[in-house]
Write a protein that binds this ligand. Structure first.
Ligand code: AMP
Ligand code: TRP
Length: 341
């Protein structure tokens, strides 16, 4: 069988489950804008159906979805160039997810570390949706035949599962229908760490607000959080190798590199040997400079939620135009009578 050639297409998603953090910005949003600007067809999704795998208060979910849309746009996603929408408006995601529930194996799902982390000790009480989460994620991607998925480091295992599902579907049915998606995990900030503990990921769900920078933080708050960020007492080393066993120092340097579009080596050339009392104000100025226009723009966009809703509805329509024929073809391959191909 000849290998089908899939046109390059980027897909990625973010859960509307509260505050957007600097980790989301550097690990995801900023890189999404780069892929859009490089001219690759790009589809970005607010995965509201993933968010409800853990309890979400409806009013908060609605607000978080609109705020996330504002965050995408303020970070440079142009809803004319890219397709921007929320997952629940495109039912083909959940329809394909059912097929994938029947392709994926229990054993594969049980190995997912995100499920283990989120379910904690009480896995019996976790929702069935949380367990099946990665099959819906595979459907998000494959319902568009997406070839590239930019994400942070924490999503690597889910993307391997997406590839396993595509391979098993193709093998089971003897087709070359789904592409084997490439994860795109690159740059200095694929894993931004907590400002309070350099061994923990910066997360919107961390109980301490001081552990993260939120995209909605004002300049004073950003500067204060960086000033108070945990560090060790030594000055910065002279080059990047000296950062190896210093997680907090390494994290701040990585953040600086990602925000300023430089490599870690370039940053170390300027900042190597500086004390934190010199380096932290440099970082704070840079962070305020890059992030405050985003939070201002998010605030402006949030004043007109009707416009945000209009953008999402239009994005959903464009997304469906791609997803519908792929789902119908999947149904036909699987032997469903009445598939419209
Ligand atoms: P989530 O907020 O969990 O839906 O994540 C959305 C995107 O942001 C995914 O691509 C994550 O990998 C990325 N992301 C979340 N937290 C971080 C972090 N601390 N560092 C880098 N990327 C992150
Ligand atoms: N699981 C991802 C996260 O928590 C969000 C997500 C859902 C996603 N579907 C996706 C990311 C498809 C990339 C592609 O961050």
């Amino acid at each position: 069988m000849t290998e089908p050639v899939f046109t390059p297409r980027v897909f990625s998603g973010i859960q509307p489950s509260g505050n957007l953090t600097l980790g989301n910005y550097l690990g995801a949003l900023k890189r999404f804008a780069n892929s859009q600007n490089a001219g690759v067809e790009s589809i970005f999704c607010m995965v509201d159906l993933h968010a409800i795998t853990v309890w979400q208060e409806p009013g908060k979910l609605r607000r978080a979805t609109r705020e996330l849309a504002a965050g995408f746009i303020a970070s440079g996603i142009d809803p004319q160039k890219s397709i921007l929408f929320n997952q629940s408006q495109v039912p083909e995601h959940t329809q394909l997810a059912w097929v994938f529930n029947c392709v994926a194996r229990m054993g594969w799902m049980k190995r997912m570390t995100q499920f283990k982390d989120k379910a904690g000790k009480n896995a019996e009480q976790a929702s069935l949706g949380l367990f099946g989460y990665p099959a819906l994620m595979a459907a998000d991607i494959l319902v568009y035949h997406a070839t590239h998925v930019p994400v942070g480091e924490d999503q690597k295992q889910h993307l391997e599962l997406t590839r396993d599902i595509a391979i098993k579907f193709n093998n089971d049915y003897g087709v070359d229908f789904f592409p084997i998606t490439e994860p795109v995990i690159e740059g200095a900030a694929t894993r931004v760490m907590s400002l309070r503990d350099g061994t923990k990921k910066m997360s919107k769900s961390d109980p301490s607000d001081m552990s993260r920078i939120n995209l909605t933080d004002d300049s004073d708050t950003i500067a204060k959080k960086i000033r108070k960020a945990k560090t060790d007492p030594e000055p910065l080393p002279l080059d990047a190798t000296g950062l190896e066993n210093r997680p907090e120092a390494r994290n701040l340097v990585n953040i600086y590199a990602a925000l300023s579009d430089q490599s870690v080596d370039q940053v170390m050339r300027d900042a190597g040997g500086k004390s934190f009392s010199e380096f932290k104000p440099m970082l704070a100025d840079l962070a305020v400079d890059k992030l405050s226009p985003i939070s201002t723009e998010m605030g402006r966009l949030m004043q007109d939620v009707c416009e945000i809703d209009r953008i999402l509805a239009e994005g959903a329509e464009r997304a469906r135009a791609i997803a519908t024929p792929i789902l119908q073809k999947t149904y036909e391959i699987a032997g469903m009578v009445g598939a419209r191909v």
